[in-house]
Design a binder for this molecule. Structure first.
Ligand code: SF4
Ligand code: SF4
Length: 432
């Protein structure tokens, strides 16, 4: 895989072979930990008390911001609500602790065979608590609760982040659900073109998708270049439709869903079962046995590392996600969320930490930024604690794709600096 743009073109090893063709293994934890707050740390409303018996899909509470439910991922009993480190909030927050009876009994709903109106579809997506499974966790119903004229639904199966193969593994399991959802959603939205996007190098998956799509003329497969960040929504829309937008793809008539989000919607529509376990990629050269692991959301990262993969390095770094967009974790007893794609565990020796030298002012980071930002100037502003300047330079638009760090010949950890500084910039530059 290469990094996108011709200037300073650099090969990026995808490392996908560590897990891509391995059989997905199942892991059943004794306990799961489900967040009792939203992504901003606000407590859920109407939460179930300790002692409640639950099934998969039981509503544990509702998010105040979007009114979407948070669901149990296992059947069993809520035994405690306690503080656990939340990797999105970067601090401990309340979590439901649910003892898993391992029966996976489910609060099944009725399959949906009739045509849905737009209002019914948005309500269905909201009531089942879907958020994007590609990492951003954006509530899915908002994408479909739009007055914009939608011409295309784009199903993102590109997965360009190195090491991660969760969408790739799901491709061989989930096409029936994806097709069911795609056709139903397209019908509701009046869409005549559904695109599944995948990298052209994934020959086996391409063959499988093409076989599955034979009798479904509404859906077409588009194979894109093997570059990073082809899977990033803006880049993908530009590559396929030659369009750009300001805030949401619906401005240019497009709704984008991650492949597995679409699969889960399809499962619920088709069978009445809203999945609560997903495939997490556990990869990296520090693991004895990198694997794709099917586990209920809320499983602790360290349990899978200890019980499924095993460690072979003594000094390592654990990243939530892959090496480009992932964040290093200071501890591993952290629950996996539905939006997580996986975990990468790298030997310290493989990282370029501590190798940074002064900036050469070469401008390569500027040439590569998909958000057209000037990383070098933002970095300098942050170094002198000038948060207003960083804000004016657009740091809050940084999507933390990791490209500037990856191409920097001085090995400067630009993305890590932006990621750590964005919350401070927000606080310091709020207009009073
Ligand atoms: S991490 Fe941010 S600044 Fe760096 S290339 Fe990506 S979007 Fe641009
Ligand atoms: S931060 Fe790195 S890529 Fe950017 S101008 Fe400096 S040396 Fe070049």
């Amino acid at each position: 895989m290469n990094i996108l743009t011709s200037i300073g073109r650099k090969h990026l090893n995808g490392h996908k072979g560590l897990t891509a063709e391995k059989k997905v293994v199942r892991y059943d934890p004794d306990y799961v930990y489900i967040s009792a707050t939203d992504n901003k740390g606000v407590e859920l409303q109407d939460i179930l008390p300790v002692g409640s018996k639950v099934k998969c899909q039981t509503v544990l509470g509702k998010r105040a911001d979007f009114g979407i439910p948070v669901l149990s991922s296992v059947s069993g009993e809520i035994v405690e609500i306690k503080k656990v480190f939340n990797k999105s909030l970067l601090r401990p927050a309340n979590y439901f602790v649910i003892k898993n009876d391992k029966k996976y009994e489910t609060e099944k709903s009725e399959p949906v065979t009739k045509d849905l109106t737009k209002e019914e579809l948005a309500k269905f997506l909201q009531d089942h608590g879907y958020t994007g499974m590609g990492g951003a966790a954006f509530p899915t119903f908002i994408k479909y609760k739009t007055d914009a004229k939608i011409d295309h639904i784009l199903i993102n199966d590109v997965e360009c982040e190195p090491y991660l193969t969760t969408d790739y593994a799901a491709t061989f399991e989930e096409m029936e659900n994806v097709i069911y959802a795609a056709e139903k959603l397209a019908n509701t939205m009046g869409v005549k073109d559904v695109v599944i996007a995948i990298k052209k190098t994934k020959a086996k998956a391409i063959e499988h998708i093409n076989n599955c799509l034979k009798d479904h003329p509404l859906i077409r497969l588009v194979c894109v270049k093997d570059v990073y960040p082809a899977g990033y929504e803006r880049t993908l829309i530009k590559m396929i439709f030659h369009k750009e937008y300001k805030a949401l793809p619906s401005e240019v008539g497009i709704i984008v869903n991650n492949f597995q989000t679409m699969a889960w919607i399809g499962s619920t529509l088709r069978t009445g079962v809203r999945p609560t376990s997903r495939i997490y990629t556990f990869s990296g050269e520090a693991l004895k046995e990198p694997q794709n692991v099917l586990a209920p959301s809320g499983t602790l990262i360290n349990e899978i590392i200890d019980n499924v993969c095993g460690l072979k390095a003594t000094k390592y770094t654990i990243l939530s996600g892959g090496p480009m967009m992932g964040r290093p974790l200071r501890q591993s007893d952290i629950p996996l969320a539905e939006a997580d794609s996986g975990v990468t565990v790298l030997p310290l020796a493989q990282l370029e930490v501590g190798k940074a030298v002064p900036c050469l002012r070469c401008g390569i980071c500027v040439d590569h930024c998909p958000m057209y930002l000037q990383p070098v100037l933002m970095f300098q502003a942050l170094k002198r604690n000038d948060y207003n300047a960083a804000n004016k330079l657009g740091i809050l638009s940084c999507v933390e794709c990791g490209l500037c760090s990856a191409v920097c010949p001085s090995h400067i950890e630009l993305t890590a600096k932006f990621s750590a500084s964005k919350p401070i910039v927000k606080i310091k530059t709020i207009k009073k």
